[in-house]
Design a binder for this molecule. Sequence first.
Ligand code: MG
Ligand code: ZN
Length: 403
Amino acid sequence: MNFSKTLSVLIFSVLFSFNSYAQGFIDGNYKEEKSETKAVSFTQYKVEDIAEYTGKNTKAKNIILLIGDGMGSSHVFAAIAANNGKSYFQKFNNTGFSKTQSASSFVTDSGAGGTAIATGHSVKNGVISVDENNAPLKTILEIAEDNNKATGVVATSTVTHATPASFVAHNKNRKNYEEIASDFLTSGIDLFIGSGKSHFDDRKDKQNLIKELENKGYEIVLDKNNISKIKGDKVAGLLFDESIGRYKKRGEILVPATIKAIEVLNKNNNGFFLMIEGSQIDWASHENNVDDMITEVAEFDRAVGEALKFAEKDGNTLVIVTADHETGGFIINDGSIEKGTIKGSFNTTHHTGTMVPVFAYGPGAESFNGVYKNTKIFYKMLDAFEFDVNVAKKDNEEVIVKF
Ligand code: MG
Ligand code: ZN
C-alpha cells in the first residue's frame, strides 16, 4: 500500500468513526462521548408477571401484532439492560427470526417491510401493499374486516406513514400521504390512533376527510389527553398535524392508546386484529441517538406489556412482537444489568439487512418458532385466525412480486 493510499484510508477511518460512532452511557444520567450531559428520558419501570399460556387451542380470536420499526435484537437487549434486566420481551416462550430482504433490495425500507408482514408478498422498496402492476394486495387487516373482526392500527408516527399504511392502504409510493389518508375512509378500519391530521384536512384536493370520518360515525380525537376518554366503537385519533414528537416531548402515548384500542376493538364479539407500531425506534436509530432509541423501545415494551396482560386474561389472543428491519447496526459494547447501564454504538445511519426477532404468545404462538422470511408472518397469522385465503401460496417460501 503506497503512502497516499494509506493516508486516505486513515482519513476515511477517522471520519467514519466520528460520523457513525455515537455512543451513549445510560445510568440515570445520559452522557454522550462528546462530553455534554443530557437529562436522561429513560426511567425504570415495573414489569408485572405474565402467566405462561397453557391453552391447547391453536386458533386465535384476536391478534395483536406489535412492530418495533427498526428494532433489532441489540435494541431489545439495550432496553432490557437499561431496565435492570426486566422487560416484557422476556415473557415470550416462542421466538423466531424474520429475514427482512425485499424484492428489490437486500436492505428493505418500511414500505416493503410492512407490506411483507401485512400481505405475505415481497415487494420493491417504497411501495405500500401493491403488486408490480400497482394492483392492491389484500392485507391481513382487510381480510380480518371481511371476516367481521374489528380492526385497528396505533402508531407513534403519522397513521399515513409506511408501517401503519401497509395494513390499511395501497399505493405505488409511500410518500403519497394524502392518497393514503383517503384509503382510511374506504378500508372499514374501526380505530386508528397516531398523528397526521393535516393529511386528512389540509389537502391539495381541499377535501375535509375529518368531516367525512365524522359522517361515517367515527369519534374524532385530536388531543392526546383525551385518549382515555374515548367512548365510541369507531375511532379516528389524529393527535398532531404532522409529527407526534419524540418520547421526551410527547410523553406516554403508546401505552394509553394500546389500552384504549384493545378496549374499543374487544367490544366486537367476533374478535379483532390490531397492529401497534413503535415508530420512532427507527428514527432515533437513524439519528444514532442511543438515549432516544432506548426510551422508544422501553415505551414499546410497556405497550407489549399491555397486550400481554390482556392476552393473559382473555386466553384467545395471539400476541406477536417483531420488527420490519433493523436500523443503525446497533451493537452493545458494554454495560451493567445491576446498574441499568449500557454502552452502545451504531454502525450506520441506515437500515441493515440482519434478521430481526419475532416473539409470540398465545394460541398459535408455536408456529412462530424458527427462522423464516418476513412474508411468512402473514401466513402464520392467517393460520392462527383460521382464515382460508391464498392457500396456494402458503408453502412458497419466496412469494416475490416481480418488478
Ligand atoms: Mg414505521
Ligand atoms: Zn427507517
